[in-house]
Design a protein around this ligand. Structure first.
Ligand SMILES: Cc1cc2nc3c(=O)[nH]c(=O)nc-3n(C[C@H](O)[C@H](O)[C@H](O)COP(=O)(O)OP(=O)(O)OC[C@H]3O[C@@H](n4cnc5c(N)ncnc54)[C@H](O)[C@@H]3O)c2cc1C
Length: 470
């Protein structure tokens, strides 16, 4: 038994043994075996390597965004030897992936979420995953060979450029970047920010959303998606943005401008005016990948919390923290909330597998809102248990909190999903009102039929000054 893998008082209970009962019938033997290999790879290889990765990045901004830690390439080779590669591309929609369902990959993504390097080591890191799906689903054969192949091989990385600093980008109809046809080329002008991944020197392809037809009366037909190689002249990465003080190097989040950037017309994806369709198609499975990784992060926070609660060296008021009841209550609540959130994510994954992301809009939106809240709550409890150490660099919790906090904003802020859920739920209002009225009427008819009357059972009709009628 490896001491790097032990997870209970009885030793190690493997990931496949811990698959929730509700999901078990949907998981193949091959996927269960792969899940165990993912768990072992993450716990034994990736989590210890996180520390090396952080140190190999370097110190100055120029260094941090030019580096490519060798530990990562070593992990990528190991992952490929173990058959842990491209597990994210679901088998019922793509032939290029490792042949797992969204549910099966969802279970694996949970473990990847426990390490800084594990997702990239297995070529399952955002934003590449969503970007590969876009090219695989909507790209031409030429685009696939030029960009999808090296992405699938983990040789290059990619960025998705939608958000702009000068407009409220959670409403993508506001996007202003122009994409203008000029002969057999398109010319791009405008600014983007929060371009995740663009700091990585291996990021060679940008998937850019802009407007080819800004005057179209249908505001959802104005946008297009186009592929821009990083070498195209006229692109400036002005600066990198920090996330609550963390720079997320080397991939980072860039503030970028495009000044008369020219790309061949053949780089247009799917055709002019199809941009909305593409960005909506991109976000479905990606959201549950984020959610599953967040479940893994929450598990990791709880594990760190349990380690602190049982630390013999640090006993406030003469007792282990685990002997203070309030802490055990926080552990129990965390267990309940993580387990419930996991079921919601697995349910969304099953729904996507049964239809597609469109058929699972409600379930995806539910987990997009629910899981980051659970993750942040659990990390917050773990931070509290560590006292000052919890907000310092001595635990991974502070950085996990920063990353977890962004999940309430990325891929659309909470409010957008909540409003949409609320609006759709409200559509059932009239049906419920008429059914409730019909049931009340039938109840009254039955009361008369059974001779029990329809008067209110608590009816008293006592006038002022009257005594009890008994
Ligand atoms: C770490 C990180 C990584 C990111 N990576 C990428 C990336 O790779 N590519 C990319 O293109 N973008 C990326 N983004 C950007 C992200 O998708 C946007 O920040 C997000 O969509 C919100 O857009 P906005 O920042 O323009 O905020 P705005 O649209 O200005 O919204 C601001 C706030 O208004 C409120 N709001 C918005 N809509 C409503 C509503 N309907 N009802 C009530 N309140 C509302 C919300 O509180 C929202 O947070 C990233 C962001 C972060 C933080």
């Amino acid at each position: 038994m490896s001491e790097l893998l032990v997870n209970s008082e009885k030793g190690h209970i493997s990931a496949s043994q811990r698959i929730p009962a509700i999901a078990r019938p949907f998981v193949s033997e091959r996927a269960a075996a792969t899940l165990d290999r993912v768990e072992k790879f993450v716990e034994e290889e990736c989590i210890p390597a996180d520390e090396v990765f952080m140190r190999q990045i370097g110190e100055t901004t120029q260094q941090r965004f030019s580096s490519h830690p060798s530990v990562l390439e070593d992990l990528k080779s190991k992952a490929q030897e173990l058959g842990l590669w491209n597990m994210f591309l679901p088998k019922n929609h793509f032939k290029e992936g490792a042949g797992f369902s969204n549910l099966e990959y969802g279970l694996m993504a949970e473990y990847l979420g426990k390490s800084r390097v594990a997702s990239e080591a297995t070529n399952c890191a955002a934003p590449d995953t969503g970007n590969m799906e876009v090219i695989a689903k909507y790209g031409s054969e030429q685009q696939k060979r030029r960009w999808l192949d090296p992405l699938l091989q983990g040789k290059i990385r990619s960025a998705f450029l939608m958000t702009e600093p000068q407009v409220a980008s959670s409403d993508a109809t506001n996007i202003e970047m122009t994409i203008t046809k000029d002969g057999d080329e398109y010319v791009l002008n405008g600014q983007k920010w929060w371009s995740s991944g663009i700091g990585d020197p291996r990021c060679e392809i940008y998937i850019v959303l802009g407007k080819t037809d800004p005057k179209n009366s249908n505001k959802y037909a104005q946008q297009s998606v186009i592929l821009v190689p990083h070498t195209a002249a006229g692109i400036t990465i002005h600066r990198m943005l920090s996330v609550m003080g963390f720079d997320d190097a080397p991939h980072g989040h860039g503030h970028v401008s495009f000044n008369n950037v020219r790309v061949p017309a053949s780089n247009m994806v799917l055709g002019e005016g199809r941009g909305f369709e593409i960005i909506q198609g991109r976000l479905g499975p990606g959201r549950i990948h984020h959610a599953m990784r967040s479940i893994g992060a929450a598990e990791k926070a709880l594990e760190w919390m349990l380690a602190r609660l049982n630390d013999e060296r640090k006993k406030p008021f003469g007792k282990l923290l685990s002997e203070h009841g309030i802490m055990l209550e926080r552990v129990a609540r965390s267990r309940i909330e993580i387990d419930a959130a996991r079921l919601a994510v697995l349910n969304a994954a099953i729904k996507i597998d049964e239809s597609d992301a469109k058929g699972a809009l409600k379930e995806i939106a539910e987990v997009k809102v629910l899981v980051p809240h659970v993750n942040l709550t659990v990390i917050d409890r773990a931070i509290q248990a560590y006292g000052g150490g919890g907000v310092s660099q001595d635990t991974p919790l502070a950085q996990m909190y920063a990353l977890g906090r962004t999940m309430r904003i990325v891929d659309g802020p909470d409010e957008v999903h909540i409003l949409q859920l609320g609006r759709n739920e409200n559509k059932r209002g009239k049906a419920h009102k008429s059914r409730i009225e019909a049931q009340k009427k039938k109840g009254a008819d039955l009361c008369r039929q059974y001779g029990v009357g329809t008067a209110d059972v608590l009816s008293l009709e006592r006038k002022s000054g009257e005594k009890s009628k008994l």
